[in-house]
Unconditional design. Structure first.
Length: 130
């Protein structure tokens, strides 16, 4: 049995095929190299992590048909007084706590500019939280 992993980005797509046996071996190897009573690191571990929040929205000059459809549906459900709805994307990124605030902000902004947004039609905003 094989596990198929596909990574997609604006630059291109990459596909990997890993056998379930090879994946099992790698997981077991990772468990062996861990300290005896240590738990695997997760974003919710007590370790010093930072969180980057990235908000991506369409530029004001770009039409938003999905936002218009959402507005129409919300009005049909009985909500009133809504002038406009624009949809967007939200990302939470766990960063290594060893970075300074300036380095974390720079990395998150670079990622937002190069990967998470289309700068032709979208704006983004980044917030860093400890």
């Amino acid at each position: 049995m094989f596990c198929r992993i596909i990574l997609r980005s604006p630059v291109g797509s990459f596909e990997f095929r890993v056998s379930s046996f090879e994946l099992d071996c790698r997981l077991n190897e990772a468990k062996l190299h861990r300290a005896p009573n240590s738990k695997p690191e997760t974003p919710n571990s007590k370790r010093n992590f930072m969180k980057a929040k990235v908000y991506v929205t369409l530029k004001p000059s770009v039409l938003d048909p999905q936002g218009k459809a959402i507005k129409h549906s919300v009005e049909l459900l009985g909500y009133h007084g809504i002038n406009d709805i624009r949809q967007g994307k939200y990302f939470e990124i766990a960063l290594n706590g060893g970075l300074s605030d300036e380095e974390a902000l720079a990395e998150a902004e670079r990622m937002a500019r190069e990967v998470l947004s289309n700068p032709i039609i979208e704006d983004f905003r980044v917030e860093i939280e400890r």
